[in-house]
Design a protein around this ligand. Structure first.
Ligand SMILES: NC(=O)c1ccc[n+]([C@@H]2O[C@H](COP(=O)([O-])OP(=O)(O)OC[C@H]3O[C@@H](n4cnc5c(N)ncnc54)[C@H](OP(=O)(O)O)[C@@H]3O)[C@@H](O)[C@H]2O)c1
Length: 381
């Protein structure tokens, strides 16, 4: 029986993790839950899973929650996320919190030597080198949940890395791939979050439409697999059946295929190094009958190139890139800026950013704060 902390339990990754727990009650037990603002769903989850500890980001509803569950340790202060991950009963931390907010609890989970099923990508983007250093000094293990990185993890496991020449991340192309006639100024939040293959939270859905998701993933792959930026290819693959591939030095190419269903990689991370039985349905031949692979359109969607640029420029530029993207996506979702202003805001923020040394985690928080202020000034109409 493994004890699990489900961080971001009310989100897409969190609810799919709880689906797996529900269907494997003899193998997993929920120790902690954490949510942002979704009070009703969190109440239902506490009733259903009876965790020992809960973190809730909305302090105004804390008393209501405590009244409903007097025997559960519930908090909303700065330490609440850390407390959820470091409990001795927790074996695996599923990090499904979106954005920069996942950095501090991810770091604490590493320091506590937990196994981390890492779905969040922003923490590695802003602090990849520092987190890698922390991992090397602890007994923590990181198993990537992001489907592309999970595919690469499976492909690289046990392989002599000197045989591998390049990594490949696939990208669905998002909701705008086939809408080439639609002016990008006319892309509304409703259009941008309507992903053709995956059901995900609003931020990653917009990232997917701008191709920034692939930019963040490229940076994530760089840190997870210690691979230079120019050895990571991106293929647009609208069917989302092939999730990742590797080129070997003799030009053999190996790929991982499965239905687009995050429960596969979540289940993989929860059970690693064993495997769960049939977590998702098998692919049929029909599913695989028309697989397409295309070059990404980096002119129409410049975010992927901005991410490559930031990675070449260094760690403080990565923090600026992520901060500007989080600010711009939020401003777009709230209707303050247009879709093309997202790459515009990021480009301006990167232009105005001066490279700074990133030696400790406090530096990441400082540069993030400053970059958000810079981005906010650019993301106004
Ligand atoms: N969804 C996917 O298929 C997928 C695939 C690969 C990678 N990922 C990555 O996984 C992460 C989560 O994605 P998602 O699609 O699951 O997002 P989501 O559906 O928006 O869920 C985000 C979760 O984080 C919580 N949260 C938000 N802000 C918080 C804060 N300041 N403090 C604590 N909790 C907070 C939310 O709580 P409330 O909803 O209660 O406010 C929710 O539980 C992202 O980094 C994403 O890039 C997701």
């Amino acid at each position: 029986m493994k004890g699990i902390a489900v961080m971001g339990s009310t989100g897409s990754i969190g609810t799919q993790t709880l689906d797996i727990v529900t269907s494997h009650p003899d193998q997993f037990r929920v120790i902690s839950l954490s949510a942002g603002r979704n009070f009703e769903m969190l109440v239902a989850q506490i009733e259903r899973f009876r965790p020992l500890r809960v973190a809730f980001a909305d302090p105004t509803r804390l008393d209501d929650l405590r009244r409903l569950f007097p025997n559960v340790d519930i908090s909303a202060d700065e330490r609440s996320l850390t407390d959820c991950v470091i409990q001795p009963e927790v074996d695996i931390v599923v990090m499904g919190i979106v954005g920069f907010a996942a950095l501090a609890p991810t770091l604490q989970a590493i320091r506590a030597g937990k196994t981390i099923a890492l779905a969040n990508k922003e923490a590695l983007v802003v602090a990849g080198s520092l987190l890698r250093r922390e991992i090397s000094q602890s007994s923590a293990k990181v198993i990537p949940v992001d489907s592309e990185h999970n595919a690469l993890f499976q492909l690289l496991e046990g392989r002599d890395r000197s045989h591998v020449s390049k990594l490949v991340l696939t990208a669905s192309g998002g909701p705008l791939l086939r809408q080439t006639q639609l002016p990008l100024e006319d892309v509304t939040p409703a259009i941008a979050i309507k992903h053709p293959n995956w059901k995900m939270g609003p931020k990653i859905s917009v990232d997917s439409a701008t191709l920034m998701n692939k930019g963040l993933e490229l940076i994530e792959a760089h840190f997870l697999f210690d691979t230079p930026e120019n050895d990571i290819e991106v293929w647009v693959h609208p069917q989302s059946i092939v999730h990742g591939a590797i080129w070997l030095k003799d030009n053999s190419c190996l790929a991982q295929l499965s239905r687009p269903d995050m429960r596969l990689s979540i289940g993989f991370a929860l059970k690693y190094p064993e495997r769960l039985e049939a977590v998702i349905p098998r692919l049929s031949l029909r599913d695989m009958s028309q697989l397409e692979f295309l070059e990404p359109d980096v002119k129409r969607f410049p975010c992927l190139e901005l991410a490559r640029q930031a990675l070449r420029l260094g760690p403080s530029h990565l923090i600026a890139l992520n901060a500007a993207n989080e600010v711009a996506v939020q401003r777009f979702l709230e209707g303050h800026i247009l879709f093309p202003d997202i790459p515009g805001t990021i480009a301006k923020t990167l232009d105005r950013h001066t490279a700074t040394r990133v030696e400790q985690i406090e530096d990441v928080f400082t540069i993030d704060r400053e970059s958000r202020e810079l981005a906010m000034r650019s993301a106004s109409r």
